[in-house]
Design a protein around this ligand. Structure first.
Ligand code: UDP
Length: 252
């Protein structure tokens, strides 16, 4: 197949023109970045694992009626997704304190929050993705108040789904980030979950040992990132039993 035109290259993914109008091919790179790309590394196999894991979470969400951009996985590193306009917000849902909320509010990492806390960050690397309030979002017209109601509903449904799936394999969903896309069906706008859902954008802790199975392994130099992601994929039954510890080979 001829290589399609590149639309956009981000830190962890590349978007190419899709085969049909309204579609895009999302390619998962092996690049890992943290601290607004101050720390960078190529981690062989990460893209393959994230492509498979994101497929698993997004198709699970589609199946329970939470709309996502995911259409189908094409190969080890690529998936076909719906083209949509990304709302310039990172939507973070937290069940336990960790990372920036622990620093900002002085809450010890691992403290269970009284209820899921939803936060919004303005997507702008040059500003370091600052946290923003709904006041900012409305004033600068990044999303309407109807959008914000829908986004909150989607974020909490994703949280319930992901928490349940992870809990069933002995993993605590501490927090995660999603991005929301708009797409138009005739004149009607719909919102859907876009980008990716993978251990790059979640905090996942083993329930028993507390071991970290997410990008904090890279951020905090805690060991092998692919081992951690392979462990998550294995527990979810996404890799063959045999050589899965050696190479992230896919099961169809
Ligand atoms: N997150 C992300 N992309 C970002 C910032 C955060 O995927 O640009 C995820 C992060 O992996 C974690 C959650 O959002 O699961 C909350 O991150 P936090 O605000 O604690 O920021 P961090 O500690 O990563 O600076």
């Amino acid at each position: 197949m001829a290589r399609r035109a590149k639309i956009y290259e981000g830190k962890a993914k590349i978007l190419y023109e899709g085969p049909e109008p309204g579609t895009v091919v999302q390619y998962f790179k092996d690049d890992a970045t943290a601290f607004n790309a101050e720390k960078k590394e190529v981690i062989e196999g990460k893209g393959v694992l994230n492509n498979r894991l994101s497929e698993f979470f997004m198709s699970g969400l589609n199946n329970i009626g939470v709309p996502t951009h995911f259409i189908k996985r094409l190969n080890m590193r690529e998936q076909l997704v719906r083209n949509c306009e990304i709302i310039p917000l990172e939507v973070v849902v937290r069940n336990y304190a960790a990372g920036s909320i622990s620093k900002r509010l002085g809450i010890e990492e691992g403290t269970q929050l009284p209820r899921p806390v939803v936060e919004y960050y303005y997507k702008d690397d040059s500003l370091g993705d600052p946290i923003v309030s709904e006041e900012h979002i409305a004033a600068f017209n990044w999303a309407s108040s109807q959008d914000m109601d829908d986004i909150l509903g989607l974020a909490l449904r994703v949280n319930d789904f992901l928490s349940g799936v992870m809990f069933s394999v002995g993993i605590k969903l501490v927090d995660f980030k999603i991005e929301i896309g708009r797409f138009f069906e005739g004149e009607y706008q719909r919102l859907l979950i876009a980008d990716e859902i993978s251990p790059d954008s979640c905090r996942l802790w083993d329930i028993k040992s507390g071991e970290k199975l997410d990008k904090d392994v890279f951020r905090r130099d805690l060991g092998s990132l692919t081992d951690a992601y392979t462990e998550v994929a294995n527990r979810l039954g996404l890799l063959p039993k045999t050589n899965s510890q050696i190479k992230p080979t896919l099961v169809r």
